[in-house]
Write a protein that binds this ligand. Structure first.
Ligand code: NAD
Length: 504
């Protein structure tokens, strides 16, 4: 193995995994980083049992004390930002700056959750009965099963875990089978926070946060388990349909964060320089492998030629290469299968009348010949064909043309997914209409900002085939708690609601 890879693994405490059927390769050049054993169904069941026992003692710890554990976790993450960021780059192929950014997102959610641990507010409600108090409170829920995708191998777990833990719940994490090393390293960092929390005199149960290594089979055991009241699953819509159905069958709760097909409307008054920069990060950042990646550009006919010419110029200067090289803007796709999907989508697009304006071709990176590197593609489409309505997890930007804003919004909304959307305009009427009830139907709608790169303070998620879940900021924490309406009678009478009389 290349010494630099070995260094990254050892500094993150995940070297030395050499036996097992689960082979972990870096997308950078296909080098095998580890061989791990997947957990058996019996081991997953046992993890759930341990988690239930952790729940019994964690749920009675005051929430602000639970927040103290998350504060320590945030401190540990600050120290590990550089190391963990590099491991993320090595295992999933995003560029270094995005690897570091992912750890920063984990730190941000820790800060958010610490504050939140003193603000799990309920309500007081006026009772219609004299001498009665009514209130609504939020109680811990139980084990939270977290299933994550390869493209955010650490942050999505942190979004869920920081909130679940302050809400009084243990977590079992089933990371993507493509990125288990990041998960194991994250678990190590979390354990350090637990150790310090104990040293500071706080009680904390064992197995508060566990990791299950394996593929869909291991995840399915969690999904079907009646003692996992909430499954938070991030990944493809295909996976979400299966998971959502299974959890619903047992009347559990699910929080689904699935595929996107995000668009930008560019109007005649848009600041085109700003738009081009936003398009570039949105469409080619993370090699087009973000759920919020910009996939559809809906451009007013009057500025189309100008915008396309600026984009072609910008696309020519994109540096594709090893994500460990600080000069690189676009790293590899996760694997050869992803490259094949991209080529298949481009073929379908041209069969539907699309014209590839640039990119789509493979890039041979010296020393990384086994990596799936590709030049991001720009495709001019005569209409929103079937393939455009489908999320291809690769850097393809389809360009569509509109004449009226109503038409643009109709195109924007006319796909099965509903994650992120945006408009570039300097016309306040257009901006406000886009944000109105007759505008974008997505969970995220931006003005003069691209569709990707959300902050943790807002609730994150989308509608329709994106699954409807919300996690991270705002009041997303409520998904991790059980709502309870409480009524207290402090009088000496027993009046019934609605004036019902029921006396002997
Ligand atoms: P994927 O659906 O192939 O896998 C995601 C996770 O689900 C993995 O851990 C996998 O093992 C697990 N899984 C698959 N089938 C399962 C089953 N039947 N039961 C339990 N677990 C199962 O997705 P991927 O290729 O890793 O990630 C890319 C996809 O994730 C894209 O569609 C992207 O848009 C989406 N994504 C969405 C968000 C969001 O917040 N909306 C964030 C990141 C990624």
């Amino acid at each position: 193995m290349i010494p630099a890879y070995q260094d990254i693994l050892s500094v993150n405490g995940v070297d030395g995994f050499k036996t097992g059927d689960l082979v972990v390769r870096t997308p950078i050049d296909g080098t095998v980083l580890a061989r791990l054993s997947a957990q058996t169904p019996a081991q997953v069941m046992s993890a759930v049992k341990k988690s239930q026992s952790a729940f019994l003692s964690w749920r009675v710890i005051p929430a602000p004390v639970r927040g103290e554990l998350i504060r320590l976790w945030g401190e540990e993450l600050r120290q590990e930002k550089e190391n963990l960021g590099k491991l993320i780059t090595l295992e999933c192929g995003k560029i270094l700056s995005e690897g570091r950014g992912e750890v920063q997102e984990m730190i941000d959610i820790c800060d958010f959750a610490v504050g939140l641990s003193r603000q799990l507010y309920g309500l007081t409600i006026a009772s219609e009965r004299p001498g009665h108090h009514m209130r609504e409170t939020w109680q811990p829920l139980g084990t939270v099963g977290v299933i994550t995708a390869f493209n955010f191998p650490a942050a999505v777990w942190a979004w869920n875990t920081a909130l679940a833990i302050i809400c009084g719940n243990p977590v079992i994490w089933k990371p993507s089978e493509k990125t288990p090393l990041t998960a194991l390293s994250c678990a190590r960092i979390f354990d350090r926070a637990i150790k310090r929390f104990r040293e500071n005199g706080h009680a904390v149960p064992d197995h508060l946060s566990q990791v299950i290594i394996g593929g869909a089979d291991a995840g399915q055991v969690l999904v079907d388990h009646p003692n996992v009241p909430l499954i938070s699953a991030t990944g493809s819509t295909r996976m979400g349909r299966i998971v959502g159905e299974c959890v619903a069958r047992r009347l559990g709760k699910s929080l689904l964060e699935l595929g996107g097909n995000n668009a930008m409307v560019v109007t005649p008054t848009a600041d085109l320089d700003m738009a081009v920069r936003a398009i570039l990060f949105g469409a080619v950042g993370t090699a087009g492998q973000r759920c919020t990646t910009l996939r559809r550009l809906i451009v007013h006919r009057s500025i189309k030629t100008k915008l396309i010419s600026a984009l072609k110029k910008a696309y020519r200067s994109i540096r594709v290469g090893s994500p460990l090289n600080p000069q690189t803007l676009v790293g590899p796709l996760i694997d050869a299968g992803s490259y094949k999907n991209m080529q298949g989508a481009l073929k379908k697009a041209t069969q539907s009348g699309g014209k590839i304006l640039s990119g789509g071709d493979p890039v041979i990176v010296k020393g990384c010949e086994k990596g799936a590197y590709v030049r991001p593609a720009l495709v001019d489409m005569p209409h929103q064909a079937d393939i455009v309505c489908h999320e291809t997890f690769a850097p393809i930007l389809y360009i569509l043309t509109y004449d009226t804003l109503d038409q643009a919004i109709e195109i924007q909304n006319d796909v099965p997914q509903g994650l992120s959307s945006c408009i570039f305009t300097r016309d306040i009427r257009e901006a406000e209409f886009f944000l109105s009830s007759a505008g974008s139907d997505c969970g995220i709608a931006n003005v003069n900002i691209g569709p990707s790169g959300a902050e943790i303070g807002g609730a994150f998620g989308g509608e329709k085939d994106t699954g409807g879940g919300r996690e991270s900021g705002s009041d997303s924490w409520k998904a991790y708690m059980r709502r309870q309406t409480q009524t207290v009678n402090y009088s000496s009478a027993l009046p019934l609601a609605q004036g019902v009389v029921f006396d002997l």
